[in-house]
Design a binder for this molecule. Structure first.
Ligand code: NIG
Ligand code: FE
Length: 413
């Protein structure tokens, strides 16, 4: 099966030579390579070749799609979401408008605990159907690979329910999915005064089952004041390592809690959020392979400070962007809007923002060999935009969906 795209106005985020980039940082993050007036050939779901129309040679293809006036980009890789949840939380949204903080709502048993109560009651089939519908909605906005966390279960049974739903999305859904185990998201009410009991439950009962059934790719912990301390995070990540689960953790969302440093100590794939950062945290990241993942959608929705993207980029770090799609702090998995936020609120350029949610998103899910750029041999998960002048138009044209067609594994969907 061959599909040939012709007259592409701008083919974005291409890799030209034979050397593959595993992440974009430094000068390569600042400038995204593109080809104007291009063609691209897909064979059996894989990018086979591409170039500019002027130097096009004759290629045989079963299908030819003329995309004059449109751009083609690698799909977004959303490396941090909580897409499998049981119910929305707009009442808490109103409470926050009326003056309560996110932490106050959590302390009185709302927030994550509210989501966990709803998760306990929902039927697994219904949870799957609602999650699949959400997945299709984000795909329609350009997402072509995604990470999904558990963490609204907080009991063995309910965490398994979420992880089984994620596994089904992986097996039956149309895009690559990775799963993170996040039972350490909040202390359940019954363990409020017995942290040791909950840590033991995670370490001795949940981890063996979840790892045994191969239900998770990564271990996540919400390392934050009032949630899991640095020492508790340390223990949990040690325990996960025994099962080969690498860390991707929630760090430095509300306070400079030591989350970044403990993530780096455990060689985390990524540390995510990073609203509350200082020089020590940046220095720790400079001496590591850990990817700093910024979630400005959560900062926007909670009305807290944005992440210091410029400082991190200027320190040469491979900054990644993700949505954090969840019912509490960011009830949106809309990557085009995330790009607008990154540009307007964190002063990332469109070159930087798009690479942060394509190649660096792929790197944060250890799939940059297959996803994240237009390169020969990578998976043909591509966005064909509506007619538009250039990629900077995507974050500029905020609130509108740039996607006209999605190509997933070489198939137009
Ligand atoms: O990434 N901060 C921790 N977890 C989620 C929000 C959880 C919730 O409020 O439901 C986040 O922001
Ligand atoms: Fe999150």
């Amino acid at each position: 099966m061959h599909l040939l795209l012709t007259n592409i106005r701008q083919l974005c985020n291409v890799e030209l030579g034979t050397e593959r980039k595993s992440v974009a940082k430094g000068d390569s993050l600042k400038k995204m390579d593109c080809i104007e007036n291009a063609w691209l050939l897909i064979e059996d779901g894989i990018i086979k070749d591409f170039g500019d129309m002027e130097h096009a040679h004759a290629v045989a293809a079963n299908d030819i799609l003329d995309v004059s006036g449109r751009l083609v980009l690698p799909t977004w890789v959303d490396s941090h979401t909580h897409l499998v949840f049981a119910s929305s939380r707009e009442d808490e949204f109103v409470d926050r408008i009326n003056g309560l903080t996110y932490e106050e709502i959590a302390r009185r048993g709302g927030g994550i605990l509210n989501s966990a109560r709803k998760m306990a009651d929902i039927d697994e089939h219904q949870l799957y159907d609602e999650s699949l519908a959400r997945l299709h909605r984000v795909i329609a906005q350009g997402t072509g690979a995604i990470e999904i966390k558990s963490g609204y279960g907080l009991s063995l049974e309910a965490e398994l329910k979420i992880l089984r739903v994620i596994r089904r999305l992986k097996e039956e859904g149309p895009i690559p999915v990775k799963a993170s185990f996040l039972a350490a998201h909040a202390y359940p009410i019954e363990y409020k005064e017995n942290h040791e009991g909950y840590l033991k439950l995670i370490i001795n009962e949940m981890l063996p089952v979840i790892a045994g059934e191969g239900l998770a790719d990564y271990m996540d912990v919400f390392c934050e004041q009032g949630f899991f301390s640095v020492d508790e995070t340390d223990r949990l990540l040690d325990a996960a390592a025994k099962y080969g689960l690498k860390p991707k953790i929630h760090a430095n969302q509300l306070h400079r809690s030591g989350g970044v440093q403990i993530g780096v100590k455990h060689n985390a794939i990524s540390v995510d959020h990073l609203e509350a950062m200082g020089d020590e945290e940046i220095e720790a990241l400079e001496n590591s392979n850990t990817i700093p993942t910024l979630l400005p959608g959560a900062a926007f929705f909670l009305g807290i400070q944005y992440q210091p993207a410029r400082k991190l980029i200027d320190a040469g770090l491979p900054v990644c962007l993700a949505t954090d799609y969840n019912p509490g702090s960011c009830p949106s998995g809309n990557v085009p809007f995330l790009l607008t936020l990154a540009c307007t609120q964190m002063k990332m350029t469109p070159d930087e923002a798009i690479q942060a949610v394509t190649l660096n998103g792929a790197a944060a899910l250890e799939m940059s060999d297959k996803m994240g750029t237009i390169a020969v041999g990578k998976k043909a998960n591509l966005i064909v935009t509506r007619p538009m002048p250039s990629f900077s138009y995507i974050p500029y044209d905020f609130g509108n969906n740039p996607v006209e067609k999605m190509i997933l594994a070489g198939q137009i969907v």
